[in-house]
Design a protein around this ligand. Sequence first.
Ligand code: PLP
Length: 355
Amino acid sequence: MKHNFGAGPGILPHEVLKQAAAAVIDFNGTGLSLLEISHRSPEFESVLNEAVKLVKELYEVPEGYSVMFLQGGASTQFALAPYNLLPEGGKAAYVESGVWANKALKEAKFFGDVEVVATSKESNFTYIPKDFTVPADAAYIHITTNNTIYGTQMHSFFDSPVPVVADMSSDIFSRKVNVADFGLIYAGAQKNMGPAGVTLVIVKDSLLGKTGRKIPAMFNYQVQAENGSMYNTPPVFAIYVSMLTLNWLKAKGGVAAIEKENDAKARVLYEEIDRNPIFKAVAAKEDRSHMNVCFVTENPEHEKPFLKLCDERGIVGIKGHRSVGGFRASIYNALPITSVYVLIDAMQEFAEKNK
Ligand code: PLP
């Protein structure tokens, strides 16, 4: 058995994979593969409607927001957010909390002025910058709620006089959020929601259509929303698997229930890192992510043998990102706490052997 701590694409529930595999052969008794059915068929329309309904239910999305399943990954949203929300000659504020935030702000520069209100670049993004004022003349402020590479997460949000745009790619549906606090939420599906190939976008309708610029249809949130994510052929498989995963989450008790589980997984793992003399956490304590747990060995010579031990224990995907080094245990929604205990056992065994 493998314990998948990979950062992205991340782990999906086993029962979801089984259902998805069966649907590839015969989708709901239609005699056709999910990959062959028309996206305009009633069967697929009900999948898409169900997926949208589940997003609205799980996040209690208020009236006045559109939920869309688009393509191009979160990286496309780095550009589409300013394309749709930043007026000609306007300014957007960005919190630079990691490489993804940096990529997002670079794309915004194609559309207007960018003010980086805070950065933690000088520390290689080991903390969430909190000391900033949101400029009241900005069209929006952009944040990254969880920094996948560095293992930092925003555990509280701030009052903002302007709409908040949030990249939630790596903590979507992992904890409760108040959607009404955000103007735009986007997330590539492939960490906590489904396979790569679909991106969730939740946008407040009243913010749209105000930039004064013409936006090509595929990049235009209003067009996509009016067409119910079906302006062109949607990524049928990715939407179906996302729907199954959201259904799985609902059956588990929804976002509040998974948040509890995620907190418990993070707590036991950080406790072990803090207690174990071999390992040390990378992120500032108050900003530690409950999704991506980054840690290093005090002695660099311990890195390779610990990776080898992990491999022997079926622990996969734990090597840290090259810009941080060490290890990154991604403990997304579908990873059971039993897998975290397997990792903890390996850490304890390694410490025992290397006393
Ligand atoms: N934003 C965050 C926080 C991410 O972790 C990632 C990918 O890991 C991205 C954006 C880029 O996502 P995509 O590959 O879907 O473009």
